[in-house]
Design a protein around this ligand. Structure first.
Ligand SMILES: Nc1ncnc2c1ncn2[C@@H]1O[C@H](COP(=O)(O)OP(=O)(O)OP(=O)(O)O)[C@@H](O)[C@H]1O
Ligand SMILES: [Mg+2]
Length: 510
């Protein structure tokens, strides 16, 4: 096995005898890929084989684990008969068992380290998608973000956005005059969607410490790439949160990583399971941008592999960019299924030895049609391939095994506790207090005036020689000063750099 590639398995001749080794060239790992096939045909095991291969080659990997069965990659496999036989069939010699270095992540913080993003990082476009906002509501959300930028209000968590919206509703008239129509009902609608999001886990997901992408791009001291596994069983119950989250992660990678052209091997490989969820019902504007991100992220050294049942699940413009393909079996009973198989077959460079359409419907478990990018980046002729058995366990870890790995993980202690630093919510609360103090001062002054200049005794003590009015003014300045300072502090720490909304509307930090 050459060190510049990942061994996938062995292709077979028409008479079913051994043909040749099939592999994926690391230098084309950033040219993306696709793993498709019906339920139970071997997609997850193929993903595992690829993830193990990248990790062993020093490439960190990020993948979501929909059913929990990918977690077994963190444990050494057992030499079961069917695996040993498969290894012999594909001439994998020696067949060694090994565990991959894994970091577990979980948006809900239960089956892995909590993974968070700030509201600013998510940006108005993805948030709108997350909350299923109408175009008009999205417009209002855009204005809200603009106002937060201008007024130095940090948007970190859900209550920051909630309080900003309350503030905007109060100032609807003034804001409409400046930015265009912002009505109370439209703000109210966003607030209600926000409540729903909160109940679906948003409170846990939005906040700090936010994920640093360098933490999903780690390599261990032994040179192996860390495999980040996102627990997605619970997350999948909210498909929109699932797909928007992964899309956000992709856009973060895109925004933060420098261009490196075509590297020897990818800097990170990202597996997007249940990829149809990303494209289902996605508005055209979003699709265009997904297509852009996928196209451009390649030069940042990031490979994206989509996993889905059928290639038809992926829009053609994206499909065209997926250079490495593994097609497991598909059924073709109904005309609709036959059509899907035909489309899948047509995406391959034909092999004169067999009929692609028929092959797809006849493949066994853990067997696939494989075409990877060969020298010069040309897709190889499609081959009927037996996929190699993985080195890790097939099937899930148990709770104890998982917990041990979480406790010993290289990011242990970094993300586990949520931090709530001063941001929009706290600042707006202070402003509200300040306004109230001012109003009280005015009332008191009015009262003092009406009582003919009588002064109230100074219960506060200290130098209120200038009378209650002066004292109140001093008090107000203190509050205002404090508010100013915290704005400056926040601006210094997070907003000072030029605010550029990135390709997906998330916050670019350059
Ligand atoms: N390359 C392989 N080598 C050996 N056994 C395999 C291989 N691929 C698949 N299998 C066997 O087939 C079973 C099902 O494979 P897998 O879980 O990958 O299917 P899947 O396509 O992910 O299914 P689902 O859509 O239900 O998630 C595995 O548990 C394993 O027993
Ligand atoms: Mg699976």
């Amino acid at each position: 096995m050459a060190a510049d590639s990942i061994f996938l398995g062995a292709s077979r001749k028409p008479d079913d005898s051994y043909n040749q080794a099939e592999s994926l060239l690391l230098k084309f790992g950033n040219r993306h890929g696709l793993i498709t096939g019906a339920t139970g045909t071997g997609k997850t095991v193929t993903l595992q084989v690829l993830a193990e291969g990248f990790s062993a080659a020093g490439v960190p990997v990020f993948c979501s684990d929909i059913k929990g069965d990918l977690s077994g990659i963190a444990a050494k496999g057992e030499e079961k008969d069917f695996l040993v036989k498969r290894a012999a069939d594909v001439k994998l010699d020696p067949y060694t068992m090994a565990s991959a270095p894994v970091i577990f992540w979980d948006i809900f913080g239960e089956q892995g380290h909590p993974i968070r993003a700030t509201i600013s990082e998510m940006g108005p476009l993805l948030l709108s998608r997350l909350m299923n906002l109408t175009e008009a509501q999205e417009g209002v959300l855009n204005i809200a973000f603009k106002i937060a930028d201008e007024e130095g209000l940090l948007l970190l968590d859900m209550k920051d956005l909630q309080s900003l919206l309350v503030n905007i509703a109060e100032r609807a008239e003034e804001i409409s005059a400046r930015y265009g129509n912002v009505t109370k009902p439209s703000v109210g609608a966003i607030q209600r969607s926000l409540l729903v999001l909160e109940q679906q886990g948003g409170t846990k997901f939005f906040g700090e410490p936010a994920l640093k992408i360098t933490d999903i791009m780690r390599t261990g001291t032994d040179g192996r790439g860390q495999v980040s596994i996102l627990a997605a069983d619970k997350l999948m119950m909210n498909p929109r949160l699932y797909s928007t989250f992964l899309l956000w992660l992709l856009s973060e990678l895109f925004e933060e990583l420098p261009e490196i052209g075509d590297p020897e091997k990818p800097r990170l490989v990202f597996f997007f399971d249940e990829a149809h969820l990303l494209f289902n019902e996605a508005p055209k504007a979003l699709l265009t941008r997904v297509e852009q991100v996928v196209r451009l992220i390649r030069s940042k050294g990031v490979g994206v592999f989509f996993i889905s049942q059928n290639p038809l699940d992926v829009p053609e413009t994206v499909l065209a960019q997926l250079g490495n393909r593994v097609q497991h079996a598909l059924r073709a009973y109904t005309p609709r299924e036959q059509n899907a198989v035909k489309t899948a077959a047509d995406t391959f460079r034909a092999n004169p030895d067999f009929n692609t359409f028929e092959a797809i419907t006849n493949l066994g478990t853990g067997e696939a049609l494989v075409s990877t990018l060969a020298e010069k980046g040309v897709p190889s002729m499609v081959q009927r391939t037996l996929i190699r058995p993985p080195s890790g366990r097939i099937g899930p870890l148990n709770i104890d095994e998982r917990q041990k790995l979480i406790n010993a993980s290289p990011v242990a202690g970094i993300y586990d506790e949520m931090v709530d630093r001063e941001s929009a919510y706290e600042l707006l609360q202070k402003k509200a207090v300040q306004t109230k103090t001012e109003e009280e001062a005015q009332t008191q002054q009015a009262e003092a005036d009406s009582t003919g200049g009588w002064k109230l005794p100074d219960f506060l003590g200290g130098e209120t020689k200038t009378g209650p009015r002066g004292g109140q003014i001093r008090g107000r300045q203190t509050v205002a000063e404090a508010a100013m300072k915290s704005v400056v502090r926040s601006v210094g720490s997070s907003l000072g750099r030029a605010l550029v909304r990135g390709i997906l509307g998330s916050l670019s930090k350059r």
